[in-house]
Design a protein. Structure first.
Length: 375
């Protein structure tokens, strides 16, 4: 069952956690609490009135664009490649936004997002993502492009968990699309298996109203054991997930608990920290996000993944206005979420036309009417 509130919640929630954490990503915890107070950072640190997103949300948007590009080509041309190939093409467009100036000169683009001037900002992009995309973004699970397990593989795959409703693809197939998408740039087993886990969790909680977050995490463990039973490092991820679940049930200081899980610079730690924060504060978006970013680690990625989970679980309506106000590109994020929900309705040889959809996913000429933060 599709619920637009969960689609919007997942992407806006992820961007919210990203923006809150981006301000403190490279700070040590002592500095964070000294600068922002005993609770750490709890509200956006604005720059010219804007809460900046990082490469995490930028790449998440391009992931979504790749999914919609693939479906649109399939429906309008009658044939399509695997989804990760379209996502890889859109990542190459994202790379242009990091290396070139707006507007792009003559170019063949796959994504209408290259028409959004605000995306032409470098927000601490990961070296692995940059180098892997420069080399073609053509890694696979069977033929890895490198042995990286950095958080850059997991922080961008949330749209995959949202997009597929389980009718055309099974939950295992959807999780594998997440893994293959991460493997485009991150070849270590723990670079792509956590991405499959996040996609599975998000798929369950965004399409089911009667599943608890803990039930989704437990079901995800079973799915990983089915899909990756032959992988050497799977047991390490399962143990870390179990530790996150156990810590969420203990009366521990959040910082102390997160220290036991890591810093989030690698994908399995990013996932574990997000699971811990989401389970401990499963009914409170604000508390979960705050806990997820106030540590000496990859705060924007742990915040982003926690926001994805909490937003998908509780919905857009659960996100406090302080996270929506001043959030960079919030209108574009909402528009992409709505496109994932509504999906392509144009078919080959059909009479139905959607001018805006065609501008976005066929012609790639679309420019949003407003691209700043919500007023």
């Amino acid at each position: 069952m599709k619920n637009i509130d969960k689609y919007r919640g997942c992407l806006v929630g992820g961007a919210s956690g990203d923006a809150l954490g981006y301000a403190v990503e490279f700070y040590q915890e002592d500095f964070i609490f000294k600068k922002y107070g005993e609770n750490g950072i709890t509200e956006y640190d604005l720059i010219n009135g804007i809460a900046h997103i990082s490469d995490d949300t930028q790449m998440t948007l391009f992931t979504a664009n790749g999914l919609l590009l693939g479906t649109t080509r399939g429906m309008t041309r009658g044939i399509m490649q695997a989804y990760p190939s379209y996502i890889a093409s859109c990542y190459k467009d994202w790379l242009k936004t990091q290396l070139e100036c707006y507007p792009l000169k003559e170019h063949l683009s796959y994504s209408w997002l290259v028409n959004v001037a605000e995306l032409f900002n470098r927000r601490a992009p990961g070296n692995t993502c940059i180098s892997a995309i420069e080399n073609g973004a053509n890694g696979t699970i069977d033929e890895p492009i490198n042995q990286s397990k950095g958080s850059g593989g997991i922080m961008r795959v949330a749209p995959i968990g949202l997009y597929f409703d389980g009718k055309k693809y099974t939950s295992d197939e959807i999780a594998m699309i997440g893994a293959e998408t991460a493997a485009l740039t991150h070849g270590h087993e723990l670079g792509y298996i956590p991405a499959a886990a996040l996609v599975h969790i998000l798929h369950l909680i965004s399409h089911n109203e009667d599943i608890s977050l803990l039930e989704a995490v437990m079901d995800t463990k079973k799915a990983l054991l089915r899909l990756f039973a032959d992988k050497t490092h799977l047991k390490d991820l399962i143990l870390l997930i179990d530790r996150a679940v156990a810590l969420a049930n203990k009366n521990l200081d959040d910082l102390e608990a997160i220290r036991e899980l890591g810093q989030g610079w690698v994908a399995e730690e990013t996932l574990a920290i997000a699971i811990y924060c989401s389970l401990k504060y499963s009914d409170d978006f604000d508390k979960a996000i705050i806990a997820s970013v106030n540590h000496s680690g990859d705060s924007d990625s742990t915040g982003s993944v926690t926001g994805n989970i909490m937003g998908a679980y509780l919905g857009y309506k659960s996100i406090p206005q302080k996270y929506i106000r001043n959030l960079e590109l919030v209108n574009v994020i909402m528009e992409i979420a709505d496109d994932l929900y509504n999906d392509c309705k144009i078919i080959e040889y059909g009479s139905y036309h959607d001018e805006i959809w065609e501008q976005k996913y066929i012609k790639k000429t679309y420019v949003p009417s407003k691209t700043s933060s919500e007023e």
